[in-house]
Design a protein around this ligand. Structure first.
Ligand code: UN1
Length: 515
């Protein structure tokens, strides 16, 4: 049905999943099938990497790094600028492919490509702003400064739910920082990764920096977790940036730490909103709907826990349930649809198990929770009346389940809000300056993202993205996240003829000519 889109993005019925300077045969792993989660139909097949295929890709990244690091950063930025231009041209096609493969609604599919474009623009600017500080030296005729050097091949592990934007968070920044890379996407969304690689290849073929070996951008699609483990264990890869579940991060983080490598982890969230009685409730209702049911509850920033002031809880919950029942669910490429399917059958099963556990733990399901009687992985979004002490509330179920709880004092709400292992995104809805500032104070939200009068999801790329505690502590995208992709070097230059030592230490050896 969408064959022309696939054609334009360079996809065939069966594709190689490994790019190592060229698309290679990739015979080491099994052939995987990309399914449209809205229909259950096969979109295309992908041959996945075995160890030898992976090694070829890393070798290409290593080779390219030697030359890429010597290309001036603004010239690297120029390549990224051209990638941004190419993405603008294929925004509709690539966005639609995200919709077909990940099940996101059309505007969100295109939004992801927009996020990639934004990252390109940001990184181009960054390519002239990889600033190092200069410090005054305590010694005469000395200068101290720090500079940021390229790091090496970066491993990029991404999840199905932001299958291309998260690549851009990492790849565009890594590229201007002078790093080459190897990308391991989710096996649920291999086609969008191949399409992105094709776009990058086209740009490099037309405008690449001539005369160097290897390949800066490489792709290695694995059938399961293996390829991620190869990256995590590989001392040739000084930085592993991984986005996904806490379980994945724990495994990858431990392996990278074992070899004393560097990891940048962006893991699960269990994001909360505090809704004060002093808030604009209509605004809050709209924000809660997008944050909790948008992307079918499959963002790491999805709102999962809503703490409502007890004085407005009944009225707000009633409105919420009415709104939930009117969310249009359906084929994500159709206009007007706001909620598409879950990514796969397993995700539906996990959601159904979670609903069972919720009932057992005394949660009251106020609406939703049925699987739709049609092909694809469609479910109704769920509102649950819950208590913060229900164990399941502390878990991240990657599905549209919203726990509504009540509070009396703000302090109590903040405590309950912070009482989970994850620390990604959070928000308060209030028109009280005092309440808002309390939420943003050191004794407030403990998350990497803390918002006021705006939901937990849908962050812009300009700010650093990531979270604390079991979310992993990494920061990607904007602000000064680039520093993770470079090595810091402190340099002291002595331009005088003497050799004074720091801290006044004296170390004089009688070396003068005694004749
Ligand atoms: C994720 O779910 O992995 O803030 C990332 C947001 C998006 C990124 C989510 N910009 O919801």
């Amino acid at each position: 049905m969408f064959d022309d889109v696939l054609n334009r993005l360079g996809l065939a019925a069966e594709n190689s999943g490994v790019y190592a300077g060229e698309w290679i045969e990739a015979s080491g792993g099994p052939v995987i099938v990309s399914l449209n989660p809205a229909t259950g139909e096969t979109i295309a097949r992908v041959r996945t990497a075995g160890r030898a295929d992976y090694d070829r890709a890393v070798e290409q990244a290593e080779l390219a790094f030697r030359d890429w690091r010597m290309v001036p950063a603004p010239a690297r930025g120029e390549i990224v600028r051209r990638i941004g231009l190419a993405l603008r041209e294929c925004k509709a096609d690539l966005g639609l492919l995200v919709t077909l493969e990940a099940g996101k609604i059309k505007s969100e599919g295109e939004g992801e490509v927009q996020e990639m474009i934004d990252m390109c623009d940001f990184s181009v600017g960054l390519s002239r702003q990889l600033y190092g500080l200069t410090m005054p030296s305590e010694r005469p005729r000395h200068r101290i400064f720090e500079q940021w050097q390229p790091l090496g091949p970066v491993g990029i592990i991404t999840a199905f739910n932001f299958p291309v934007a998260v690549w851009a968070w990492n790849a565009t920044v890594a590229a201007v920082c002078g790093d080459s890379m190897i990308w391991k996407p989710s096996p649920h969304t291999p086609l969008v990764a191949i399409a992105v690689q094709n776009i990058v290849n086209r740009v490099l073929a037309d405008h690449g920096v001539a005369g160097f070996e290897g390949s800066v951008f490489n792709l290695c699609i694995g059938a399961g977790n293996e390829a991620g483990e190869w990256i995590a264990d590989d001392p040739r890869i000084p930085l592993v940036s991984a986005t996904g579940s806490c379980a994945m991060g724990r495994s990858v983080g431990a392996k990278v730490a074992q070899r004393l490598g560097r990891s940048l982890l962006e893991l699960g969230g269990n994001n909360g909103v505090i809704l004060s009685e002093k808030a604009d409730r209509d605004l809050a209702l709209r924000a809660v709907l997008f944050a909790a049911a948008g992307t079918a509850g499959q963002r790491c920033t999805t709102l999962r826990r809503l703490f409502v002031h007890e004085s407005i809880a009944d009225e707000f919950t009633k409105k919420l349930v009415t709104a939930y029942r009117s969310i249009p669910i359906g084929n994500p490429w159709e206009d007007g649809v706001l909620m598409g399917p879950l990514i796969n059958e397993k995700a539906v099963e996990r959601m159904m198990q979670a609903l069972e556990t919720i009932r057992q733990q005394g949660g009251e399901i106020l609406c939703g929770g049925n699987r739709l009687d049609r092909p694809g992985n469609f479910v109704e979004p769920v509102v649950v009346r819950a208590r913060p002490d229900m164990p399941i509330v502390a878990e991240e179920t990657f599905a549209p389940i919203l726990y509504v709880m009540t509070y009396r004092e703000l302090e109590e709400a903040i405590l309950a809000h912070n009482a989970v292992a994850q620390g990604l995104s959070s928000a308060i809805f209030t028109d009280s300056l005092g309440e808002a500032e309390r939420f943003l104070s050191p004794a407030g939200s403990d998350c990497g993202i803390a918002n006021v009068n705006i939901g937990t999801s849908g962050a812009e790329i300009g700010g650093a993205f990531g979270g604390e505690k079991e979310t992993g502590g990494g920061r990607e995208a904007g602000a000064d996240s680039w520093k993770a992709y470079m090595r810091r070097q402190t340099c002291t230059i002595n331009w005088g003829g003497d050799l004074p030592l720091a801290q006044g230490v004296r170390f004089e050896v009688g070396v003068e000519d005694r004749g």
